[in-house]
Design a protein around this ligand. Structure first.
Ligand code: GRF
Length: 196
């Protein structure tokens, strides 16, 4: 049983998909706790499923490094095998990434390396791209630059708004995340090999 900590900043619909999957006794992973950098709406999903939560707000710390160290303390206490960033909108310092690698993955709403950063959906539309998708990748010290674990493509429809496109990507992302976490759990995907 793969033990996981999920970090979120937003609505947590991807987290919810993983919580629902983990609720099935046949699914080979378990969420130990969900962390956030603010009172994110997504934490409510964890509470509904009886999964413990923690919040560490960057504003309460003198530096990003000190904030990340506190988040890491929570994670070290829990000792998960995998940490999933599911809409966690903070850039993590190198020491945090090194402490958890290769067991630290991120979900991103574009086909990386295209459109990294916080505005991937807007940027894909602005560039006139005709396809985009979902990427799950190892986190490294860059922003959305770590080795790709898995990608799923999606055609961009003519006249589609940013909100419409992001929602269609999220439908793909939710299933993608559940599938990839399962593959990691059953060793069909080996993160140490992808990290090499
Ligand atoms: C997802 O599109 C994820 O790729 C991006 O933030 C969004 C989070 O959505 N990093 P949700 O909070 O899981 O609904």
């Amino acid at each position: 049983m793969l033990s996981i900590v999920v970090l979120v900043s937003g609505s947590g619909s991807n987290l919810r998909a993983l919580l629902e999957a983990c609720d099935n006794p046949l699914y080979p992973a378990k969420i130990l706790a969900v962390g956030a950098d603010s009172a994110a709406a997504g934490l409510e999903h964890a509470e509904e499923f009886g999964v413990p939560t923690f919040v560490v707000s960057e504003g309460n710390f003198d530096s990003r490094e000190a904030w990340a160290e506190r988040v890491l303390e929570h994670i070290r206490f829990l000792k998960p095998e995998l940490v999933v960033l599911a809409g966690f909108m903070k850039i993590l310092p190198e020491a945090f990434v090194e402490a958890l690698s290769p067991g630290l993955i991120n979900l991103h709403p574009s086909l990386l390396p295209d459109f990294p950063g916080a505005n991937a959906v807007r940027d894909a539309l602005a560039a006139g791209a005709n396809k985009t998708g979902s990427t799950i990748h190892l986190v490294d010290k860059g922003v959305d630059t770590g080795p790709v674990i898995s990608q799923r493509e999606l055609e961009i429809l003519p006249g589609e708004t940013q909100a419409e496109l992001h929602e269609r990507i999220k439908v793909i992302e939710r299933k993608h995340l559940v599938d990839v976490v399962k593959q990691i759990a059953v060793q069909e995907i080996k993160l140490e090999e992808i990290a090499r």
